[in-house]
Write a protein that binds this ligand. Sequence first.
Ligand code: SF4
Ligand code: SF4
Length: 463
Amino acid sequence: MMTVMDMREYRWSPDAKFIKRSDGNAVAVNFANSTKRVFGPAESSAISAFSGLTIPFVLEDSVSESLRAALIDGGFLVPEEDFAARDRMIRDAVRTIAEESSGLIIMPTEKCNFRCTYCYESFAKGRMRPERVDALAKVIETRIARARSFSLGFFGGEPLLCSDIILRLCGEAMAQCGRKGIFFGASMSTNAALLTPDLFEQLIRVGLVFFQVTLDGDRELHDRQRVTVKGKGTFDGIVAHLRAMAATSHEFTVALRCNVHVEDSERVLALFDSEELAFVRNDPRFMIDIHYIWASDRQTLAETSKEGCLSGLQAGLDKYALNAELSRRGLSTSSYDDVPGILGSACYAGKKNWFIVGADLKLYKCTVVFDNPKNNVGYIDLSGNMVIDQRLNRLWTGSNAETDSGCGSCYLRVPCGGLACPLTRFTSGSKGCLELRDAGNLRNWAERLSPPAAEQTDPLAIH
Ligand code: SF4
Ligand code: SF4
């Protein structure tokens, strides 16, 4: 059979990386469309000849039809005639989301029922007063009227100490978004101690579908760090609430954040192997999010570093080994089940229309440095007007993948947009890049991506 020669010119996508592994296989990942694929030795060797080329090229005849199709389908190879339009489309999409995405992260109280050993909160301000809740409700209504997409997040303190405020604000926002025909989904960082089955049902009904819950290892490790105000352990109550959530058929996501010391990694594996956490295995609604405590502890950051949330992560190479083990056990992990979409890894502080709302209606950009005067960018008055110092807001939003040429040519420009950590940009001058920007991290990530490449004969889409 005759093969028709393909004389078209292609380019390697600037958003794609091709990483060779020590086993002879290789991983291609395209950060523009969240596609990742593992290739066997023969395909890897063929792809090496052109991956990363920044100039147009013609494919050798030795590149098989199926490999060519897989690479074009995954967006790794872009026909030269489509390249400029595609690049424009990607830049436009990142710009549009950075400007038009709109949301508020609300602290209904700064008080908390826990006293975690590493917490940086001052617990200064209590429950948001009723007239302030009314003013905030008006702001939400106005912003939804102007927005193409709108989200609410809740943070604290422990937000569920004021679940009535959350239910009211989400219920109203959901109804307004529904009338306007736009999607509404809310998120919350909660310690889950008050997340009873009954309250969970109420929250789901008002669109609260994303929960970040912390479980710092097994019962002993967790109860050493995450204790109530009276010093009591909290592991059993949290696990009971998570188990009840898993027993429902609702669609939701729980990011189970584990702040652990490297030396406790084995105990974390044992926890997720255990019967008491069996309900999390093979349930993609639960996503394990490992943070090594010496690397990402926010109190440590606040006290010892001028940098932001992401500053220590590059040191956490072993994290990939632990995540790979968790994946093999049927658990979803933030490292291996989730290649973030457009601005999916950008900090809200870098987006023009995102603000943190304190219980006293002060407006902030960053959830780490509340005492930095540059973080207090305005307030909401009791008539429901947002008063924003745009000069201060621009300090957080002005540097991004459009204004920074290094970010504009970075393979992570789509998920990050140059907005990994606006705080570090204007404090230390560092971009605070995403962890996969580091070559060592990228290699470690690729080395441990399952399934084992030895099982593969053809290019295989992981998802
Ligand atoms: S700007 Fe964003 S990423 Fe940086 S420290 Fe603040 S919240 Fe964290
Ligand atoms: S901040 Fe770093 S990781 Fe993000 S786009 Fe810029 S160079 Fe890439």
